[in-house]
Ligand binder design. Structure first.
Ligand code: DAK
Length: 260
């Protein structure tokens, strides 16, 4: 499929989706969200891909938010459709089986910060800047910021960032637990690919079931979450990879996983 607003490459069982509107600091309009949606749906089904990395083209921005110029004059019903599309795309990323790494290479503001939070793992360049500037525009966060930010960094810190619209740099984002690691800008992508390669060397189905357990379990009460864990743990024992993984350990050799 041809995309206008993103680049998509597949290498070494990793898909790299780069949002490609550098002149607008990779801001998200409806066409870009549609490209992301179609790419994510394709990657979810692609047997050659285990891990997805999302980043922004250029050295300035991951995504500087929803496209303000695009949103400014939207009629109400189109604004509603834009909201539904964004929520759908972010939820798709969050709930797709395959792990998603955000390689945050610059501004991650508003919808950009929210996009990174819909990913499983956030790696940041030392130039990254995170924030939810919406209240300065007369709106609230609308792509999950009021929900995912407090879950990731705690209610008090999230409320401070959302109410004040203050941006935080990569080191502060690391300190509060919004990002897992901070790397020099020039090594961010290599580090993201290195992590993707480590993940894709494990049993792919077990990785996907683990994502499912964490993502669904985090939304559930502890008893339901433990039941989800037990069920999917049990399911692993119906796979060839469980037999191969345990046999390889006992036989002191590298496992050859097959279940895609
Ligand atoms: N939208 C559109 N264009 C943007 C943009 C954005 N978010 N951010 C930057 N640009 C454009 C600029 O207009 C400029 O375009 P030209 O003038 O060159 O044509 C170009 O990118 C370069 O930007 P600057 O010249 O401003 O670059 P600086 O380095 O001086 O400043 C900046 C960088 C990131 C600090 C600044 O551009 C900035 O403050 N940008 C806006 C950041 C922001 O407020 N982002 C949050 C947007 S609100 C919803 C759900 C979610 C949302 C909305 C609705 N529903 C459920 C309904 C999400 C809302 C948001 O994300």
């Amino acid at each position: 499929m041809a995309y206008e607003n993103i680049l998509l490459e597949i290498e070494d069982r990793t898909a790299l989706l780069s949002i490609n509107r550098p002149n607008a600091l990779n801001a998200l309009n409806a066409d870009t969200l549609l490209d992301i949606k179609n790419a994510v749906l394709a990657i979810a089904e692609d047997p050659n891909v285990d891990v997805l990395i999302i980043t922004g083209v250029g050295n300035k921005a991951f995504v500087a938010g929803a496209d303000i110029a695009y949103m400014q004059k939207l009629p109400a019903m189109q604004a509603r459709a834009f909201a539904i599309l964004g929520q759908e795309v972010f939820r798709l990323i969050e709930t797709m089986d395959k792990p998603v790494i955000a390689a945050v290479n610059g501004f991650a503001l508003g919808g950009g910060c929210e996009l990174s939070m819909a990913c499983d793992i956030r790696l940041a360049s030392d130039k990254a800047l995170f924030g939810q500037p919406e209240v300065g525009l007369g709106i609230t966060p609308g792509y999950g910021g009021t929900q995912r930010l407090p879950r990731l960094i705690g209610e008090g810190r999230a409320k401070e960032l959302i109410y004040s619209a203050i941006n935080i740099n990569a080191d502060e984002a690391y300190r509060v637990g919004l990002v897992n690691h901070v790397y020099p800008a020039e090594s961010l992508m290599a580090e993201a690919k290195k992590l993707a390669k480590i993940i894709s060397g494990k049993a792919p189905l077990a990785v996907r079931l683990s994502k499912n357990q964490v993502t669904r379990g985090m939304q559930a009460d502890i008893d339901t979450a433990m039941a989800i864990e037990a069920d999917l743990f049990g399911l692993c024992f119906a796979t060839e990879d469980q037999k191969e993984g345990m046999a390889a350990f006992v036989e002191k050799r590298k496992a050859d996983f097959k279940c895609k």
